[in-house]
Ligand binder design. Structure first.
Ligand code: SF4
Length: 246
């Protein structure tokens, strides 16, 4: 991204964007094969813009679980039109998914935590593992204030679960900075955000929440708050690192 593209932003936003771009470039310099798991939420819009305009060496992919909102597919199309690039989309393995549905029913993920996690595992985690295979680091759009478990995250961590580094360049951005960036640059975003959805995942498992509530409360509303992670960011021990040390 040239300085001209950033100059339309406020000083604070410009500095945020420059810091994030610096982290992304540093990640590419150190880890070479870096990918971005694009969840198509508001943070993803900012990261997609930063990556496709400033650090295009990073491969962007999304996972189509088969249960997304129609508005999310609309957004995929609008992003591709806006940037003139195609998102790489990964899908669940058909035999696994067919077996799970046969055993648990089409909406069996509502029957308990085990069923919900096994559905997420087949529809999200397995395609994610395939997508990151061969990469040295993956980028996430998590922010500290999204949930108590994310408050302790570090910009660079060794992700022992998946065996690669995890880069989180938006950790210190506030929600308002994310939305200001999108508004200022007139970027496409999911229209459900204007209908009370702070976080958008699969249609049966995401709902609108009253303004000001914890963002993750819109996911799996029938579960306890501490279990509301999809498996891609489970609450596990990770080791904080500085990029320059590797
Ligand atoms: S969010 Fe819901 S529908 Fe989507 S993979 Fe997880 S349990 Fe299945």
């Amino acid at each position: 991204m040239s300085n001209g593209q950033l100059s339309e932003l406020s000083k604070t936003l410009r500095e945020r964007a420059e810091t994030s771009i610096g982290q992304l470039r540093e990640a590419v310099a150190h880890y070479k094969n870096v990918c971005y798991a694009n969840s198509l939420g508001l943070e993803s819009i900012v990261l997609t813009d930063l990556i496709w305009t400033a650090v295009p060496q990073i491969e962007i992919f999304s996972i189509d679980t088969g249960r997304l909102y129609p508005e999310t597919y609309e957004l995929m199309g609008r992003l591709q039109e806006h940037y003139g690039r195609a998102l790489r989309i990964y899908y669940p393995e058909t035999p696994q998914l067919e077996g799970w549905v046969a055993e648990n029913g089409i909406n069996g993920f509502r029957e308990g935590l085990e069923q919900r996690r096994s559905c997420c595992s087949i529809r999200k985690v397995e395609p994610f593992r395939r997508a990151i295979f061969g990469h040295d680091a993956w980028v996430t759009g998590i922010r500290r204030d999204q949930s108590p478990s994310r408050g302790f995250a570090s910009p660079v961590e060794w992700d022992g679960e998946y065996g690669l580094h995890k880069i989180s360049p938006l950790l210190d951005w506030s929600k308002k900075e994310i939305t200001d960036y999108i508004a200022k640059k007139a970027l496409p975003y999911n229209s459900l955000h204007d209908k009370g959805f702070p976080s958008i995942g699969c249609a049966p498992c995401t709902h609108a929440v009253p303004s000001g509530e914890d963002e993750r409360s819109g996911r799996w509303g029938w579960e306890r708050a501490e279990s509301r992670e999809c498996g891609l960011h489970p609450q596990r021990q990770v080791h904080a690192l500085a990029v320059s040390r590797h």
